[in-house]
Design a binder for this molecule. Structure first.
Ligand code: AQP
Length: 337
């Protein structure tokens, strides 16, 4: 629950893109961490459904994805009484603050965002303005809650830097501390889980293929994906990002999922043949994910309960968001409703 005494405030979110199921990358880089952090300070975790509109998505699919992703958060162990779990579009202050922040963001800095460039090159038929201003909405998502830490994967580092720049610019312009300037909180392992088929690329929902493990994949499917994971000819299980990116990625997955250091995971597997090693990683992933998948299947059948949890989360989030927005409106001279 929100308490004025906490020193740390965490905020993060996941887009409700794809088919509403997180990847193993989302789990290790985000969900698992949210669960670990929820007792270490005030925490706000949201479902970024407005962001999902930046790529074409069927409305029914988007509605389904939002509830399904909420169920994944809960199935992974998020306690909605401890953490504030809510849907972005249900707290309208996000869109309102984003507009104001748009006017404090420069075209040039948005043009430099690599995620925009990547997604624009993959969606040539729909390079919409939302895709371009996405990081500004993301800055609003964050700054509304005055978080000290934003747990994200490495891919979000550049957006976080932009968010910090916008906050600092705004604070300096008006000579006041309207916004807490948040720190990116990037994990030491699994900061960028790679695609099993292309261990130089990030595992990503929208690039779903045989190299992408989803939390709702059946055990056999997970095993098959790991069995086919791209490795190399060195025949030695060791950490070597440069020359053995596939093996290093598997070690990183194993270490993070089993709560070990990379060195320990390497020591445990050093004598294994690649086939045995891949099976060991698959077994560890299955052991962790299968109970989450079962729990998700149970939770998703009770949409009324999910909606109640999300309505409660939105009400709690709004009390904080409204305060920040009112302060921003006063600061810039906008009349309030
Ligand atoms: N491969 C990854 N390794 C570690 N962390 C990851 N995250 C995403 N992929 C990895 C982290 O998950 C959080 C939510 O990400 P998101 O779904 O909102 O957007 P994304 O980063 O763009 O993830 P995807 O799977 O690639 O989605 P699409 O394909 O829809 O764009 C973030 O904290 C992110 O760092």
């Amino acid at each position: 629950m929100v308490s004025a005494m906490s020193e740390k405030v965490f905020l993060s979110g996941i887009q409700t893109t794809g088919e509403g199921q997180p990847t193993l990358g989302n789990y290790l880089g985000a969900l698992k961490r949210y669960v670990d952090l929820q007792n270490e300070g005030d925490s706000y975790f949201f479902l970024a459904n407005s962001h999902a509109l930046t790529v074409r998505i069927d409305p029914a699919q988007l509605r389904h994805n939002t509830l399904s992703m909420a169920a994944w958060y809960l199935a992974a162990g998020l306690n909605p009484k401890t953490a504030t779990l809510f849907v972005q579009s249900q707290v309208t202050e996000h869109a309102q603050l984003a507009w104001v922040l748009n006017t404090f963001s420069q075209m040039g800095e948005l043009e430099r965002m690599t995620e925009y460039k990547d997604k624009a090159s993959r969606n040539k038929g729909n390079i919409n303005a939302g895709l371009f201003t996405y990081p500004v909405l993301q800055a609003a998502d964050i700054l509304l809650y005055q978080p000290t830490h934003v747990p994200v994967g490495e891919d979000q580092k550049q957006h976080l830097e932009l968010c910090r720049n916008i906050a600092i610019r705004f604070n300096n312009l008006f000579d006041q501390s309207t916004f807490t300037v948040p720190e990116p909180f990037i994990p030491t392992t699994a900061a960028r889980v790679k695609d099993l088929q292309d261990p130089t690329s990030k595992m990503s929902k929208s690039l779903a293929g045989q190299g992408c493990v989803f939390l709702d994949d059946e055990d056999k499917v997970i095993e098959k994906k790991f069995k086919r994971a791209v490795t190399d000819n060195e025949a030695q299980v060791r950490i070597d990002e440069q020359n053995q990116p596939g093996i290093t990625n598997l070690l990183e997955i194993l270490a993070t999922i089993s709560g070990k250091s990379m060195e320990q995971a390497q020591a445990d597997c050093a004598d294994m043949q690649y086939g045995t090693f891949k099976q060991a990683v698959a077994d560890a992933v299955v052991a962790k994910i299968a109970p989450i998948r079962t729990k998700h299947a149970e939770l998703i059948t009770n949409t009324d309960e999910l909606e109640t949890i999300l309505a409660d989360g939105a009400a709690r989030a709004r009390t904080v968001a409204a305060k920040t927005l009112a302060n921003v409106y006063d600061t810039v001279g906008l009349l309030k409703a």
